[in-house]
Design a binder for this molecule. Structure first.
Ligand code: NDP
Length: 397
């Protein structure tokens, strides 16, 4: 049915390649390209059956991207490299007339700022070119935004309160490791907290607000209010929201390491001089931390991510909780990666499928909650991430 070019061969790229290869009726031809071609080759070899072609590309370099896209001629480019590459890949897509999908919003390297403004600015260009750009199609952002759209479509007349709750109750046996790219992860969790209330953003100190939340099949876990990028598009697309917050669980051991890393300057994004060279502390830190892609082997336990919503239906107040639990060991058995890569790669694959099937194909730049959630969630159930709904529950527990 369609030809895709995946860019990025990390944990998420590994899952996308595995999943797409297992659905030949939709993904008839697949190319995996990344900065280090040997990583693409290793993934392709593991999948076998000559399903995946590979290539080397520097995705910071627009002419290189254009050359690769023109030579392969895909229907869609799936960007699972880093957020720094979003705009160069979007530029190359516009230049070559190919649609685009990613899982994280653009972030300038020199400033840890998670905002959609840079990518939303491409709206007219994609519209005029008749191309689709699907933004943020991982789990969060991604499935959490689609869960919200599903709730609005089927269960509420007005959404009032949204809490996105993200728990990783897994144990990888290492004193400190991040579950996806360390640089992006540490930049994200060390920034100030931010949430939406009564039409304005409220700022908090990092990890200032926290409380135990009860997760299905897991139990209570201390959860911290942090800013997460899907809040920006959700409050825009669901303007009846009076409050929107994002909570993530962290263990004490993780927070202690994080505090030390920050206190000694290792989370810095400004270059420092070392032996006559400029090095960026957080990039050096990434080089010495465990590779998130290698955590899977001994990872035990589950993730649980969902949306807790309160609003109005037929004039009455209603509460609703929609979530997925994913088991690290199951994810590893299927794709050789842990659940955080798995829960990102599967939605990216399904988003690409929605585009190729013509179900999510419109000219312009879209966040995933702007599309029909139903066919996506049907596939999510079939493709390894079944979801569950609870009605009229106490959301404070
Ligand atoms: P990794 O660091 O494991 O992989 C990133 C890959 O991108 C690597 O293969 C890397 O190449 C490649 N890459 C980096 N820079 C370039 C470049 N200039 N040109 C070509 N390739 C490049 O990250 P993850 O797989 O963990 O994450 C991938 C993306 O998914 C990130 O954007 C992350 O923010 C996002 N994400 C989204 C989530 C969601 O739920 N929405 C959750 C988790 C992650 P090399 O191997 O040479 O370093």
């Amino acid at each position: 049915m369609g030809k895709v070019l995946i860019i990025g061969a990390g944990g998420v790229g590994t899952v996308v390649a595995h999943k797409m290869a297992s659905i030949p009726e939709v993904f008839s031809e697949i190319m995996l390209a990344s900065r280090t071609k040997s990583k693409c080759d290793a993934i392709a070899e593991k999948i076998g059956g000559n399903r995946i072609q590979t290539a080397q590309v520097d995705a910071d370099n627009v002419p290189e991207l254009i050359e690769l896209i023109n030579s392969y001629k895909p229907d869609l480019v799936v960007n699972v490299a880093l957020p720094y590459q979003d705009l160069t890949i979007m530029d190359a897509c516009l230049e070559t007339g190919v649609s685009y999908l990613d899982t994280a919003n653009y972030e300038p390297k020199e400033e840890a700022k998670f905002e959609y403004k840079w990518q939303w600015a491409y709206q007219e260009k994609f519209k005029e070119a008749g191309l689709t750009a699907i933004l943020g199609c991982g789990f969060d952002p991604g499935v959490t935004s689609i869960f919200t759209a599903y709730a609005a479509k089927h269960h509420f007349d007005e959404l009032h309160y949204l809490d996105i709750v993200d728990c990783n109750a897994g144990d990888h046996g290492k004193p400190f490791a991040t579950n996806f790219n360390p640089e992006i992860n540490i930049r994200e969790v060390t920034q100030k907290g931010k949430y939406w209330e009564n039409g304005a953003w409220k700022l908090t100190e990092p990890h200032e607000i926290h409380k135990p939340l009860n997760y299905p099949e897991i139990g209570p876990k201390e959860s911290y209010l942090i800013y997460h990028e899907e809040l920006e598009s959700l409050v825009k697309n669901f303007p009846t929201l009076k409050r929107a917050r994002f909570w993530m669980t962290f263990g004490q051991e993780y927070l202690t390491h994080l505090r030390v890393i920050q206190n000694i300057g290792m989370a810095g994004i400004e270059p420092v001089q070392f032996k006559g060279m400029d090095i960026i502390p957080i990039e050096f830190l990434k080089a010495v931390l465990p590779n998130p892609g290698d955590l899977g082997e001994n990872y035990k336990g589950q993730t649980s991510i969902g949306c807790r919503i309160k609003g109005l239906k037929d004039g009455k107040e209603k509460t609703y909780y929609i979530y997925n639990n994913c088991d690290h060991e199951d994810a590893y058995k299927e794709t050789g990666t842990q659940a955080v890569s798995y829960t990102t790669g599967v939605p990216a694959t399904i988003g690409a499928m929605m585009f190729l099937k013509g179900l999510w194909k419109q000219p312009g730049v879209f966040n995933v909650e702007e599309f029909n959630p139903d066919p996506f969630l049907e596939e999510l159930n079939q493709r390894g991430l079944p979801w569950h709904e609870l009605h009229d529950v106490d959301l404070e527990l």
